[in-house]
Design a protein around this ligand. Structure first.
Ligand code: GPP
Ligand code: MG
Length: 289
């Protein structure tokens, strides 16, 4: 059994709820090969899924190289997802400061810096992830502009108006959206950009399906309905400019992952939820007015 303790007053850890503490414990312990072995391919460690068509010939590779080929293919698809998110970050200059909110092991921050040569701050409530990401920034030789912090995305402590762009790559299901977008409205400059890629439940299905509930239990998260994103953005000066339904584009990633030695047991829930229409994989980009 896992127990959690209340954060100590005055301790160095960020002010987080009991729930967030339990989430941090999950990520502090997490060492899934589906994340670590994929990141080992090129030193970009991601905590999100993939998009795009699969090269199915990897499944027919000789036994000796089969795993390696599948890993490279899954990593190619998750890298394509990170590139797609970066495509929506808008015009970014080298002097601009970007926030990777829920940065995981830091892969997305490195992708953004590589593309724009900009400043990136990545935040996570997991000490292990912040330490890992910081080591990666040093290894990539970019720690002068890419920095990672142990921070709560609901209450970052960063200065008002200090970011040109903020993104969440599959991390909004861990927080209350009204609180999150209120913090982003504060942090973003006027005319700044917000981007999220997220899994949401489909309002037209009704309430969360069994598979959506299984995904929630697996990751200790709380998947929001699609409607909540648009309502809470509108309530917080965030005006959508692009909405891309990536559901069909992510299914091949899950089909390949389900047939790999790296599967974690959650693959069928994703595939069923996407196929029965209860769950959607969306990119939303919005401007801060
Ligand atoms: C992937 O992380 C994302 C989450 C855990 C948040 C839930 C996302 C939804 C779209 C519902 P990961 O890459 O660490 O997961 P895994 O270990 O399963 O690959
Ligand atoms: Mg993963």
């Amino acid at each position: 059994m896992t127990t959690t303790t209340a954060p100590r007053a005055g301790a160095a850890a960020p002010a987080i709820s009991h729930y967030q503490k339990s989430v941090a414990e999950y990520w502090n312990r997490e060492k899934n090969p589906v994340n670590l072995r994929l990141g080992d391919v090129d030193g970009f460690y991601h905590h999100h899924y993939g998009v795009g068509d699969v090269d199915w010939s990897v499944l027919d590779a000789p036994q000796k190289s089969r795993d390696e080929r599948i890993i490279a293919e899954l990593h190619r698809l998750e890298s394509a997802q990170a590139d797609l998110l970066a495509d929506h970050l808008g015009a970014v200059n080298p002097d601009d400061r970007l926030l990777d909110s829920g940065c995981g092991r830091g892969g997305g921050s490195l992708v953004a810096h590589k593309r724009f040569n900009c400043h990136v701050d990545g935040i996570s409530i997991s000490e292990t992830q912040v330490a890992f990401a910081t080591t990666q920034a040093k290894k990539h030789g970019v720690d002068d502009k890419v920095r990672f912090h142990l921070k709560n995305m609901l209450d970052t402590g960063f200065d008002t108006g200090s970011f040109r762009t903020i993104w969440n790559n599959e991390s909004t299901m861990y927080v209350d959206l009204p609180s999150l977008f209120a913090e982003y409205a504060r942090l973003l400059t006027r005319g700044g950009r917000y981007v999220t890629i997220t899994g949401c439940y489909n309002d037209t299905y009704g309430l969360p399906s069994r598979e959506v509930s299984t995904i929630n239990a697996h990751y200790i998260c709380d998947i929001h309905p699609r409607s909540a994103y648009f309502r809470e953005m509108a309530n917080n000066r965030l005006v959508p400019i692009s909405v891309v339904d990536l559901t069909a584009a992510t299914i091949p990633y899950w089909e390949l992952r389900a047939q790999s030695s790296l599967c974690t047991g959650i693959e069928d829930a994703f595939l069923t939820a996407y196929k029965n229409g209860s769950f959607q994989y969306l990119l939303i980009a919005a401007d801060r007015i």
